[in-house]
Structure formats: structure tokens, C-alpha cells
Design a protein around this ligand. Structure first.
Ligand code: ACO
Length: 444
């Protein structure tokens, strides 16, 4: 660096250091100027309200459909740098957690903000595994579903129904009650998911085995048949645990926003409906759609033709694109590795070649490059789940189960944030002004 550049740069740095953390806005309608504070690179939308044409004016609002550029909360749970492809839970890189942690430990981290000590982890694991049983009545209403009911439909209704069993769940401002519902939800999600799956097959429900790990017990409740004691395959057990870690939280995604929004009315966490948001094909339902799409493409040779249709706007390349990631989703990278470990054991999924060809073309094609569309978490998960023996309809369930710890962390953070109130956005009303009621005989 020459001395002229270095002087200029230090002057710029000094200017920034002495600059006021404010922004000045001049309203050209009135000529008035306003100085608005900037905190964490953000202005408060309520500071815009003072900008008004006259005393009768409501004041300026910001308009941001789909929250493209609006922070709705301050959070310390997970962090994403979408341009660099970084994801951290409570500061820990997702790659390290996927390599060294377990889902239950990660869930504890998300909920409590710190990794547990050995005793804390033992205690936490004991408590979760002692909340895995569901009330026998739950089996009765699961039985009421049609054999081909989508397991997410069964999950959504059964989770909501849990609120009818646990009246103490309404006491959302009581930390002990919150902890109890947290244990219940994390403990019971795999049981309900497995029961929904077994119902579809017409097979008897398998009760939890508390001596198995969290993913091991889930595999037990799904796949056990006549054996006295189910022994999960360690490769599949670990693969599932890693997938659970990767799906545990993802800052203010659609379903996290739902649990914060619905939870802000102080309803119990079972009724907070985040799982319903996750079911949509643009969110957690995408993993199912990816495999359907790969089946529809049918062969590697047909990929270019399909990509043409994507570029023409006829269809989407499911499992690609993300609101925040404008780089490779770091979870997709780990998932690709896990996929090969599972394929080694179970045999390669025949759809893999089609998926790889879609990715190869998309990463080079101008349409995708220009829009920064990369594979997201859902692109490869379906292939793994399919190789593990899960039917496609179970894929979103496998996403919802581990996301429960993230939802509960977001819910708790929202409840404890003194700035949060009932979520209630504004609107810009462009409908009719007052009209007089028209009697039926005068309507055309
Ligand atoms: N295939 C083709 N084009 C796409 C795709 C895709 N998968 N995703 C985005 N684009 C295009 C859009 O058409 C748009 O093009 P344009 O600028 O010419 O209009 C541009 O890329 C920007 O996309 P938006 O829809 O504005 O991006 P947004 O942030 O609103 O949507 C989303 C993100 C919903 C994930 C979108 O990329 C998508 O629908 N992807 C497929 C579904 C999917 O995989 N969902 C899982 C997401 S990860 C998760 O929730 C777990």
C-alpha cells in the first residue's frame, strides 16, 4: 500500500468513526428534515411516523410485503450470512455441530444458549426420553384418519390436539411450564410422527424405547416388526442425527415467523401452528417436491429439457433458491456427504444422477447464476430419506421433528423480549371509500 492510499484510507476510517450514527431524511413534500438514529445498521420503522404532511396525516410507514428488508425481532439464536454461505447456532458453525454434536445436545444449545455440561446433557436427555409417551387417546384419533392421509396433516392436527391434554400449557409466562411443554414437544414429536407413519401402513404402533438414542428410538418406532429389541443401524442412526442437527433452526424463516406471530397472542405452543407453515411446498414441503420432480424428469438425458422449462417460467427447480442464501447452502454441502454414506449402505438412489446433472447445469447456467440460485437444504435430503426407506410423504415430517427445538427457542425468545407485543402489521388500504348499502332489487 503506498503512503497516499494509506493516508486516504485512515482519513476515511476516522471520518466513519466520528460520523454520527444517524440518517437524515428530507421530506420533499414539506421541505422538513428529520434525523433518525441508526442502531445495528437499522432504523426503527416507528421513527418514520414523525414524518407527516400536517397534523391530520397518520405519519409515514414502511411497506415491505414478505419482509424482504424488515427485521421483526432481535435474536441471539441462529445466524446466517447468506452471501458467504454461513450458518451458526448460538455462534457455533453448523459444520462443527454436524461433525461433533448430537441433535439433543444441539437442541439444548439452541434453547439455553450454551452447550450443556456432561451432567446437564444427561439430565436433559433423561427428561426428553421420559416425555416420549403419548396419551392413549391420541392413538384413537390417529386411527380416525384415512389410510392415505398425509402424515403432515395428521401431525398438524395431533400437535394442536396436545393442547387439550395439557392445560398447564396456557401458563406461557411461567418458565417451569414452558420447560415442561418444551420437553413434551421434543419428546413426543418422534412418537406422533412414527404413529402417523405406522397408521398409513396399517401396522401396530410401536412404543418408545427410552434406552435408545433420540434418532435410534425414532427408527425403532418406525421400523420395528417382530424383533424383541430393535437395534438401529449405527450409520442410519448417525445420518438421521446429523440431518436433525442441520434442520434444528434457521433464524426468521417462514415457520419461525409463524410461531413468533401466533405465539405473540399468548396462545399455548401446541396451537402455535409453525408446523402448518412448514408443510408448504415453498418451505419444508420442498423436499417431497424435489423427489417428485426428479421422478418426473425421469432420466439424465431429459434434464436439459426440464431446465428449459424452468427458465421459461413454466416450473420451478425445486430445492433451489433461498431468500437468504445467495451462495451454496452450507447444510446442502453436509447433506451431500451424508447422502454418500447412506448410499454406501443402502445402495445408490437411482435419482442421484438426475439430481447431480440438474445441479451441474444450474450452477453453470446464466439464469441460475444471475439470480444466485443454489441448491438448498431440501435438494438432497429427499434422496437420503428415500434410500432409508421413508415414503415421500414422510419427508416434511422429518424436517418438522427437529425444527421443533428451533421453534421453541424462537418462541421463548419472543416471550422474554420486553419489546415484543402482539404481532399486528399495518396495511395500505386501497379499497373503496364509504359506500351506501344497495338493496338487492337495485343491484345489477
Ligand atoms: N427455480 C427457478 N427459478 C427460481 C427458483 C427456482 N427454484 N427460485 C427462485 N427463482 C427465480 C424467481 O423466479 C425470481 O426470478 P425473477 O427475478 O426473474 O422473477 C428470482 O429467482 C428470485 O426468486 P424469488 O421468488 O423472488 O425469491 P424468494 O426469496 O421470494 O423465494 C424460495 C425463495 C421460495 C425458496 C424460492 O427460491 C423457491 O420457490 N424455491 C423452490 C422451493 C424450495 O426449494 N423451497 C425450499 C426453501 S429452503 C426451506 O424453506 C427449507
Amino acid at each position: 500500500m503506498d503512503s497516499v492510499t494509506s493516508t486516504a484510507e485512515s482519513k476515511k476510517a476516522a471520518d466513519i468513526a466520528t460520523a454520527r450514527e444517524t440518517i437524515s431524511i428530507t421530506d420533499n413534500r414539506t421541505g422538513k428534515s428529520y434525523e433518525i438514529p441508526i442502531t445495528h445498521g437499522t432504523i426503527r420503522a416507528m421513527d418514520l411516523r414523525q414524518i407527516e404532511v400536517d397534523a391530520n396525516d397518520f405519519g409515514m410507514m414502511s411497506y415491505d410485503p414478505a419482509f424482504n428488508n424488515t427485521a421483526s425481532c432481535i435474536s441471539r439464536v441462529s445466524y446466517i450470512d447468506g452471501d458467504k454461505g454461513i450458518l451458526r447456532y448460538r455462534g457455533y458453525p453448523i459444520e462443527e455441530l454436524a461433525e461433533k454434536s448430537t441433535y439433543l445436545e444441539t437442541a439444548y444449545l439452541l434453547l439455553n444458549g450454551a452447550l450443556p455440561t456432561e451432567t446437564q446433557l444427561k439430565d436433559w436427555t433423561w427428561h426428553v426420553s421420559h416425555h416420549t409417551f403419548v396419551h392413549e387417546s391420541i392413538k384413537k384419533f390417529l386411527d380416525g384418519f384415512h389410510y392415505d392421509a398425509h402424515p403432515m396433516g395428521m401431525m398438524i392436527s395431533t400437535i394442536a390436539a396436545l393442547s387439550t391434554f395439557y392445560h398447564d400449557a396456557k401458563d406461557i409466562l411461567n418458565p417451569e411450564s414452558r420447560q415442561k411443554q418444551t420437553l413434551r414437544l421434543i419428546g413426543k414429536m418422534p412418537t406422533i410422527a412414527a404413529f402417523a407413519y405406522r397408521h398409513t401402513l396399517g401396522m401396530p404402533f410401536v412404543y418408545p424405547d427410552n434406552d435408545l438414542s433420540y434418532p435410534g428410538n425414532f427408527l425403532n418406532m418406525l421400523f420395528r416388526t417382530t424383533e424383541a429389541r430393535y437395534r438401529p443401524n449405527p450409520t442410519l442412526e448417525r445420518a438421521l442425527d446429523v440431518l436433525f442437527i442441520l434442520h434444528a433452526d434457521h433464524e426468521q424463516n417462514c415457520s419461525a415467523n409463524v410461531i413468533r406471530g401466533v405465539g405473540s397472542s399468548h396462545v399455548d405452543p401446541y396451537s402455535a401452528a409453525a408446523i402448518a407453515a412448514l408443510y408448504g411446498p415453498l418451505h419444508g414441503g420442498a423436499n417431497e417436491e424435489v423427489v417428485r420432480m426428479l421422478h418426473e424428469i425421469g432420466s439424465v438425458q431429459k434434464v436439459p429439457e426440464f431446465i428449459k422449462r424452468v427458465k421459461a417460467g413454466e416450473v420451478k427447480l425445486m430445492g433451489f433458491g433461498h431468500r437468504i442464501y445467495k451462495n451454496y447452502d452450507p447444510r446442502a454441502r453436509i447433506i451431500k456427504r451424508v447422502a454418500y454414506e447412506v448410499f454406501e449402505l443402502m445402495g445408490k438412489n437411482p435419482l442421484l444422477e438426475i439430481a447431480l446433472e440438474c445441479e451441474r447445469i444450474a450452477l453453470e447456467d446464466e439464469y441460475f447464476v444471475k439470480r444466485k440460485l443454489y441448491p438448498n437444504v431440501d435438494f438432497y435430503t429427499g434422496l437420503i430419506y428415500q434410500s432409508m426407506g421413508f415414503p415421500m410423504t414422510m419427508f416434511p415430517v422429518l424436517f418438522a421433528m427437529p425444527r421443533t427445538s428451533g421453534w421453541l427457542s424462537q418462541w421463548q425468545e419472543m416471550l422474554l423480549d420486553p419489546e415484543q407485543k402482539i404481532a399486528r402489521p399495518r396495511q395500505i388500504y386501497l379499497g373503496h371509500d364509504t359506500r351506501s348499502y344497495i338493496p338487492m332489487e337495485k343491484r345489477s
